[in-house]
Design a protein around this ligand. Structure first.
Ligand code: CAO
Length: 415
C-alpha cells in the first residue's frame, strides 16, 4: 500500500529531540528522510544515556526510526557541495540548530532559495522573535517559558516539570503540521516557504486553557473548580492546582487498593455531572442525589474535598482495574494511573502498533513508541534507526556522485 507522503524527500538536519520527532513522524507518513550528521560523531544523542556500551542509545534509536543517515562535514567545501546537491533535490529541510548556526554554515534562506525555490525550510527554535530569540533551549526551559511549569505542581509546592516532553516532542508535532501545510500550499503557489515552530509558543499552545484561566481570574478573582476555592486565596496569576481537572468537570487522583506499597495504585476519577446519580449509588451515598448540598454541579464545587474523600473510601477497596471495570459500566469517566511497565506490556497498545518491538544490529530487540497517528490508507511500519553514515554512499550515488568522487570526498574528510 502507498504512503501519504510518498515522493516527499526530507533533508533532515535535526538533532537531539524536538527536530528528530518531527522528521520521524514524516518518515512514518511515508517521506524519504535523509538525516545529515557530522562524520565520526553524529547526533549527540547516539552517545547519550547509553545502556549498552558502544551501541546507539535508546534516546537516539527511539527518535530516528525509518530514516537514512548520511555523514557530511558542513565545515568543509566538499561537504557544503554535497549539502547543496541535497538542497536541490529535497522538498523540505528541517533543522533545529541553535540560532545563527545554519547561517554560519552559509546556508541562508537566500542561498536555499537560489538553489531550490520550491524548498520548504522548517525550523525549531527555543523562542520566536523577541528578547530571547538568540538563546539555546532544552525541553525544561521551554516548559518554564511556555507557562507549563508555573501552572503545574502541588498547590503549595514549587513549579513542576511534566514528564511529557511537550517542549521537544510537542514542538516537533507542531512543526510537522506546518511542513505538511506548506507542502500543500506549494501545490498552488509553486513556492517553498519558511516554517518556524518556537518551543515557547508550542508549549503555550498546549497550555492555552491556563491563559483562559488567567483572564477568568482577572475578571472574577476566583475560579471555583480550583482547589484554592472556597477556603484558600487566589493571587493575581493562575495558581498551581495539583491534580484538579482544570476543566468544567471536577476530577482527582484517588488511592486504590495497594496504594501503600504500589506507587501507581491510583485512579483518576471525574465527577461528570451527567453521571452524578450513578456515582452516588456506586459509592453508597444515594442520599446525595437529592441532597441540595450535592445535587447540582454548582453546589458540589463548595464540597469537592469531602466528596473526593468519600469516593476515595470506595476506590481504596478496589484495585485500579476493578474500579475501572465497575465505573466504565456506569459510564463514569475514569482512568488508571498506568506505570511505564504496565504500558510496555499492554496488549492493546502492541496490537495497535503504538508500542512496537524493533530489532537493531547493535542493540538487539527493544521497545519503542510507534506512530500514534493512524491513517487507514497509509499504514506505518516502524523500521530501525540507521547506524551513523549507513547510507552515505547510497545517497551520494543517488545524488549523482561517481564512486571516485565519493572516495575523494571521504579522503578530504567531507563525508
Ligand atoms: N558538520 C559540521 N558542523 C556541524 C554539523 C555537521 N554536519 N552539524 C552541526 N554542526 C555544528 C554547527 O555548525 C554548530 O557550529 P558553530 O556553533 O561553530 O556554528 C555546532 O555544530 C553546534 O550546533 P548547535 O549550536 O545547534 O548545537 P549545541 O549542541 O551547541 O546546542 C541545542 C544544542 C539543542 C541547545 C541547540 O541546537 C538549540 O538551541 N536548538 C534549537 C532549540 C531546540 O531544538 N532545542 C531542543 C533540543 S532537544 O531538548
Amino acid at each position: 500500500m502507498g504512503k501519504a507522503l510518498d515522493g516527499v524527500r526530507i533533508l533532515d538536519f535535526t538533532h537531539v529531540q524536538s527536530g528528530p520527532t518531527c522528521t520521524q513522524l514524516l518518515a512514518w507518513l511515508g517521506a524519504d528522510v535523509i538525516k545529515v550528521e557530522r562524520p565520526g560523531e553524529g547526533d549527540a544523542t547516539r552517545k547519550q544515556l547509553r545502556d549498552i556500551p558502544g551501541a546507539d542509545s535508546l534516546y537516539f534509536t527511539m527518535l530516528n526510526h525509518n530514516k537514512r543517515s548520511v555523514t557530511i562535514n558542513t565545515k568543509t567545501p566538499g561537504g557544503l557541495a554535497v549539502l547543496d546537491r541535497l538542497i536541490k533535490t529535497c522538498d523540505v529541510m528541517v533543522e533545529n540548530f541553535a540560532p545563527g548556526a545554519l547561517e554560519r554554515m552559509g546556508i541562508t534562506w537566500q542561498h536555499i532559495q537560489a538553489l531550490n525555490p520550491r524548498m520548504v525550510v522548517a525550523s525549531v527554535k527555543g523562542f520566536g522573535p523577541g528578547p530571547y530569540q538568540d538563546c539555546k533551549v532544552y525541553e525544561n526551559v521551554a516548559q518554564c517559558a511556555g507557562g507549563a511549569a508555573s501552572t503545574t505542581g502541588e498547590v503549595d509546592g514549587m513549579p513542576l516539570i511534566s514528564g511529557a516532553q511537550i517542549g521537544d516532542s510537542g514542538t516537533g508535532l507542531h512543526l510537522a503540521l506546518g511542513i505538511v501545510a506548506a507542502l500543500y500550499q506549494r501545490n498552488t503557489t509553486g513556492r517553498g516557504q519558511q516554517v518556524l515552530a518556537p518551543m515557547q509558543d508550542a508549549v503555550l499552545n498546549l497550555c492555552r486553557v491556563k491563559l483562559r484561566d488567567q483572564q477568568r481570574l482577572e475578571r472574577t478573582h476566583t475560579m471555583h473548580e480550583y482547589p484554592q476555592y472556597p477556603d484558600g486565596k487566589f493571587g493575581d496569576a493562575v495558581p498551581r492546582a495539583g491534580n484538579a481537572s482544570g476543566g468544567g468537570q471536577p476530577g482527582a487522583i484517588l488511592k486504590c487498593k495497594g496504594w501503600e506499597t504500589d506507587p501507581n495504585a491510583y485512579i483518576y476519577f471525574i465527577t461528570q455531572a451527567a453521571v452524578w446519580p450513578a456515582i452516588c449509588r456506586v459509592i453508597g451515598e444515594p442520599g446525595w442525589i437529592d441532597d441540595e448540598a450535592y445535587a447540582t454541579p454548582q453546589a458540589r464545587l463548595l464540597h469537592l474535598k469531602p466528596i473526593f474523600r468519600r469516593i476515595e473510601q470506595w476506590t481504596m477497596g478496589k484495585d485500579k482495574f476493578e474500579a475501572m471495570d465497575i465505573l466504565n459500566q456506569l459510564d463514569i469517566p475514569c482512568g488508571p494511573i498506568l506505570s511505564m511497565k504496565e504500558i510496555a506490556h499492554e496488549p492493546s497498545l502492541r496490537a495497535s502498533g503504538t508500542v512496537v518491538e524493533v530489532d537493531h544490529p547493535e542493540r538487539g530487540k527493544y521497545l519503542t513508541v510507534g506512530n500514534p497517528i493512524k491513517l487507514s490508507d497509509s499504514p506505518t511500519e516502524v523500521t530501525r534507526s540507521p547506524l551513523l553514515g549507513e547510507h552515505t554512499d547510497e545517497v551520494l550515488a543517488q545524488l549523482g556522485f561517481a564512486a571516485s568522487e565519493i572516495q575523494a570526498l571521504r579522503a578530504e574528510g567531507a563525508i
